[in-house]
Ligand binder design. Structure first.
Ligand SMILES: Nc1nc2c(c(=O)[nH]1)N[C@H]1C(S)=C(S)[C@@H](COP(=O)(O)OP(=O)(O)OC[C@H]3O[C@@H](n4cnc5c(=O)[nH]c(N)nc54)[C@H](O)[C@@H]3O)O[C@H]1N2
Ligand SMILES: Nc1nc2c(c(=O)[nH]1)N[C@H]1C(S)=C(S)[C@@H](COP(=O)(O)OP(=O)(O)OC[C@H]3O[C@@H](n4cnc5c(=O)[nH]c(N)nc54)[C@H](O)[C@@H]3O)O[C@H]1N2
Ligand SMILES: [Mo]
Length: 765
């Protein structure tokens, strides 16, 4: 029996998230991946002081967890790596690349772990085995042949360890470019660009402990039951304590309503714990207007309090001591029109009022957010508005309060800290220069979207992917495919087969690597790597499973050998780093002050906290203060223009994750909490929009993007599912919908694709 497939059906889910369904799903996952019973212990070492950091997400761990923190989707991530299935040379001998292209992403994933280096052979359209040394020599040859180092781009996905990321950026900068597209560009870049301007640092100001002291938590645009399941344990504790939890989400995600913790037997029998006491449902992309509305209301409440001689609503002391720009901000809020805010947010005034009341009643408020806030045109402005709102009541740098962007990939934050950054700080480059004695490139490099454009135009000829699935994670799929195929060489360093191996340059290499769950044995013994979670805790991770295949190399090893082949080892003894990773950490300590005594500090169980200055109310902004930023409500947007043309028929589409996927990795075809089974080409739509458009649930439609460049963008054959989603909004899964997202439909400032707001029209299939 194929355990990865269930009968296609739509069947609304009513129990709490978690519960026995999670336990059942876990068993099915282990069977599907044929994980031997002897490996089950792997799962119990996840996020333990002596185990490995779960590759599932960046949510932090309780420091001294003594019991296994159960997480259904963590199990899926680990099982996908611990799978018994293999993709070796025999597999590639059986299938041409063209044949494999016809398989779905789910099928590609199911083949298992890559086992040996492979090179594309155009004559036979097959991948053939290649020796490691030959592979590195081929990369070096291509890199040396480029007229300019800026003709290569080096993508990083966020599972890469700090050690690998540091070596990789050093190699690439010594080679001569800052072309570091990364998954952050597609993810939390809007947070990383918004926050430095307001509070000085683009990271969370809270740690897990703050959740124990918060009395109010606002969760914006996140689906934690699927994407950060361990966060629900935290929210559950908060809810039980009586903290107010507000969810701001167009969808009533099940886990934000009720959660039954598999760790607490009473939950399993008792129907779980209610999580959100208030649900605010903006229209897609309505958050900026909503948050601005709440800020305006807070100001009005303060005015009223002042007039009545009551207690201030604003934290006047914090504003006076710590902030800059408040007066201009307040003036802008006063001038903003209520009807405009209500219309743009899609939230009735009563709900804005309700959210404002909850916010001002809170003495210690945490705001968390995910992709629902970061992947829109005005995302940077929305996150800055949230920062403004939190500053109004001094909710930053205080126990139980703060900003909490919830990052995705388990080490995406650490990779940035290590210098995987297309716009590096000059001070960081100075340190590289001083420590390694070379002049690093100073100009900004290419991010993900600009790399695609450069490949399309032939300006980038070599693409190296350190993990990830660039072909599918990015927008405008056919366009991106063309761009990748335009390269002279594409290299993918990967654990598992994915479409980025099949959409390739004229030369192409697949370099298989160890995963984080596996023992990384080098000359001086088993090596640990470090990661930084979403709340800035840095800790060690040791793999405990034997490697999936004898030929696999660690990511550090692959990067060091690539550097050695391309640059030689005169300036840097690349290979010696691989023998003992503490040497890499010593180097990291030389370049980054925050990592002083790195090896000693990280050896302590639980690791150490890279305390951001903003947490301590030190403001690394231009003004030296927490900076209020004024942003106007934009009216002339691509969506507004499309709506002017097409009226009510114009719909806005968001693309998000199902419960059984990890980004582009499709584990199985269910989305249990949303009632979808055995299929992925579904389109969530409001009942009244079905009627308006003359469709019925169960019919299939083709989706067309409305964009101004005349290019036809379409995705065909989506099953209409009547769903509790705001009018005018549609929901579907990525990556199936990525062909619909125009490459130049991006967020202002962060250049992140607008994955959560695409103007579209529907036609019957
Ligand atoms: N199992 C699993 N875990 C994962 C991942 C995975 O794919 N699978 N991916 C990892 C990664 S890289 C990331 S970045 C995170 C992603 O985790 P999330 O941020 O939860 O990502 P999405 O699934 O894209 O869901 C976004 C949520 O935002 C809501 N939303 C959409 N548009 C809007 C809007 O305009 N406003 C508001 N307020 N809400 C909106 C959606 O309804 C949905 O609930 O998860 C990480 N963890
Ligand atoms: N439409 C739409 N598109 C989106 C999003 C969206 O919400 N909507 N979300 C965006 C977001 S938030 C992100 S972060 C990106 C994700 O983009 P990526 O990070 O590029 O994509 P993943 O699917 O996480 O990458 C999966 C592949 O990584 C490889 N891999 C797994 N583990 C390891 C490892 O330990 N080492 C190495 N070297 N390789 C490994 C495997 O081969 C696997 O096939 O997608 C973005 N794309
Ligand atoms: Mo992400």
């Amino acid at each position: 029996m194929d355990h990865s497939k269930t009968k296609p059906r739509i069947e609304p889910y009513t129990p709490p998230a978690g519960g026995l369904g999670s336990l059942k799903s876990t068993t099915l996952t282990l069977v599907r991946e044929k994980v031997p019973g002897s490996r089950y212990k792997t799962l119990f070492h996840q996020n333990q002081p002596d185990g490995f950091d779960c590759p599932g997400c960046a949510w932090p761990d309780r420091e001294h967890t003594s019991t296994f923190e159960f997480c259904e989707n963590g199990v899926k991530a680990v099982a996908a790596e611990a799978t018994a299935k293999r993709v070796g040379a025999d597999f590639f001998a059986r299938h041409t690349v063209t044949e494999l292209m016809a398989q779905s992403d789910h099928e590609l994933e199911q083949h298992g772990r890559l086992t040996e280096p492979m090179a594309y052979d155009a004559a036979s359209d097959h991948y053939l085995p290649i020796g490691w040394d030959q592979a590195f020599a081929r990369i070096a040859e291509h890199l040396r042949a480029l007229s300019d180092p800026d003709r290569a781009a080096f993508y990083v996905s966020g599972r890469t360890s700090n050690e690998t990321a540091f070596l990789f950026q050093l190699f690439v900068r010594m080679y001569g470019t800052n072309n570091f597209p990364d998954c952050s560009n597609l993810c939390h870049e809007s947070s990383s660009r918004a926050l430095p301007q307001t509070v000085g640092v683009g990271k969370a100001t809270v740690i897990l402990d703050d959740f124990e002291h918060a009395d109010t938590i606002m969760v914006f645009g996140q689906n934690p039951a699927t994407n950060h399941p361990r966060m629900l344990n935290e929210l559950r504790e908060c809810a039980r304590r009586g903290a107010a939890i507000v969810s701001i989400n167009p969808l009533k995600e099940r886990g934000l309503e009720r959660f039954s913790s598999p760790q607490h037997p009473m939950d399993l029998v008792g129907g779980g714990v209610a999580i959100s006491s208030l649900f605010i449902r903006p229209t897609l992309g309505g958050d900026f207007a909503l948050i601005k509305g709440v800020a305006k209301r807070v100001l009005e409440l303060d005015d009223a309090a002042v007039a009545a001689g009551g207690e201030r609503v604003l934290d006047a002391a914090f504003l006076a001591e710590h902030c800059s720009g408040f007066d201009a901000f307040a003036a802008d809020l006063r001038a903003e029109s209520w009807p405009d805010l209500v219309a743009a947010s899609g939230v009735p005034f009563e709900d804005i009022e309700a959210l404002s009341r909850v916010y001002v009643n809170g003495k210690a408020v945490i705001a968390t957010w995910g992709m629902g806030l970061t992947q829109h045109r005005d995302s940077v402005a929305a996150i800055q508005m949230l920062s403004n709102l939190m500053m109004m009541r001094g909710n930053i740098g205080r126990r139980g309060a703060g900003l909490c962007p919830v990052r995705g990939h388990s080490n995406v934050q650490g990779d940035r800290t290590m210098g995987i950054e297309d716009k590096p700080a000059q001070a960081f480059l100075d340190r590289l220069r001083d420590v390694y004695g070379f002049e690093p490139p100073r100009e900004h490099g290419l991010d993900a979207v600009d790399t695609i454009k450069a490949m399309r135009d032939g300006r980038v000829q070599v693409f190296v992917g350190l993990g990830g699935n660039f072909a599918m994670a990015t927008p405008d799929t056919p366009h991106t495919f063309e761009a990748l195929r335009n390269c002279a060489l594409t290299v993918q360093i990967s654990t598992k087969l994915n479409r980025s191996h099949l959409v390739h340059g004229r030369d192409a290499l697949i370099l298989p690597t160890l995963g984080r769950t596996e023992i990384d044995l080098q000359k001086t013994g088993p090596q640990g790597v470090t990661v930084e979670d979403s709340m800035c805790m840095v800790h060690l991770s040791y793999g405990i499973n034997p490697p999936a295949a004898g030929q696999l190399r660690a990511e550090t090893d692959i990067v060091a050998r690539m550097a050695h082949a391309a640059l030689g080892s005169d300036k840097v003894d690349w290979l010696s780093y691989v023998d003992d990773y503490s040497r890499i950490r010593d180097d990291i300590a030389k370049v980054l002050d925050a990592f002083h005594d790195f090896n000693a500090r990280v050896a302590k169980p639980g690791g150490f906290h890279l305390t951001p200055a903003s947490r301590e109310r030190r403001w690394l902004t231009a003004s030296g203060k927490a900076q209020f930023v004024v942003n106007a409500l934009e009216k002339d947007t691509p969506i507004a223009r499309a709506r002017a043309l097409h009226g009510d028929r114009l719909m806005v589409l968001m693309t998000a994750r199902s419960h059984d996927q990890y980004n582009t990795t499709i584990y199985a075809l269910d989305d249990r909490y949303r009632g979808v089974y055995g299929q992925r080409r579904v389109l969530f739509i409001h009942r009244d929009d079905l009627a308006l458009l003359g469709f019925a649930a169960g019919e299939r439609v083709d989706i067309f993007t409305v964009w101004h460049d005349g290019v036809e963008r379409r995705a065909d054959g989506f099953l209409l599912v009547e769903y509790d989603i705001p009018r005018g909004c549609l929901g579907a899964y990525f990556p199936e919908t990525n062909p619909l997202i125009p490459l130049d439909s991006v967020a202002d400032v962060s250049n992140t694709p607008t994955f959560k707001s695409v103007p579209v029209l529907l036609k019957r299939s």
